[in-house]
Design a binder for this molecule. Sequence first.
Ligand code: ADP
Ligand code: TRP
Length: 322
Amino acid sequence: MRVLSGIQPTGRFHWGNYFGAIRQYIDLQGQPENAFYFIANLHALTTVRDPQRLQQNTLDAAIDLLALGLDPNRATLFLQSDVPEVSELCWLLMTGAPMGLLERCHAYKDKKAKGLTADAGLFAYPVLMAADILIYDSTTVPVGEDQVQHIEVCRDLAAAFNHEFGEAFVLPKAKVLDTSARVPGIDGEKMSKSYGNTLEVFEEPKTLRKQIMRIVTDSRPMEQPKEPGTDHLFQLYSLFADDAQREALAATYRRGGFGYGEVKKALADLAVDYFAEARGRRAEFEAHPEQVRDILAAGAARARPKAAEVLLRAQRACGLKN
Ligand code: ADP
Ligand code: TRP
């Protein structure tokens, strides 16, 4: 069994990324051989076209993951581009990837639907993702709902290759992350970088407090009882609260007679506290980027032999090597 997932370094992580994905990756670590996580900088290149920014985002993503609990003794963390075998396998898969299959993939399709022109990199994005997965004989790929289509493409490409050339690849399965953890943003919509409604995991506490005070709430009178289940401020509070705190706030909502300002202040206190330890660890890693680079290099050194083995298997299968 090998768990594998990738995260794009396209910006700083927000609460949605943490509760929807990163926390669950961390829960799945065990032995470094069995849990591979990489920073998908080759994929990010399809959108981040500023070299300094890509470098900075990549280092930040590594530091954030380590600070949040990704443990190099229990998982293998590396940069996608440090395993060049993956680009080569991508080409092998590309030669047999049906255009129609890729045209249906949502990142490309959505861009076309908006009348924008797409690059070949965006079009082939799912093929590179398939190579990422297949090259480590991955069995389990934890991803958000939005990525499930790409795992299906990966399985299709692997099955077609196996059918044509003999069993070269292990077929992976998606492990859909708990979507009940869908985190709302400050406007109540899904928290997302593209909606500009995020609260970042490592935001300065002072700034974070200000942003939390701006969470949109309704204008019903204070005295009126409110239903906690449908309230996004309550949902955000629940991410950080223990059962007793959650129950107590739910009772307050149902009773009425409270102001949202108090809830926001309580949320800010809990959130700042929740990430305090990680913030401390982040500061240490930030002061020693060479340590982070060493961890990434050691991760790549662990991942590469496996990648070389699977690439050779595929090259032999299709007649590039004997
Ligand atoms: P963004 O929408 O901000 O660009 P990404 O698409 O880069 O975020 O998110 C990476 C992963 O983080 C997603 O596959 C998903 O699993 C998770 N994620 C992102 N936003 C949320 C959210 N609001 N709630 C739960 N999970 C989320
Ligand atoms: N496309 C994924 C995302 O945007 C990141 C990714 C790249 C990935 N390669 C992967 C995820 C392989 C899982 C497996 O979230």
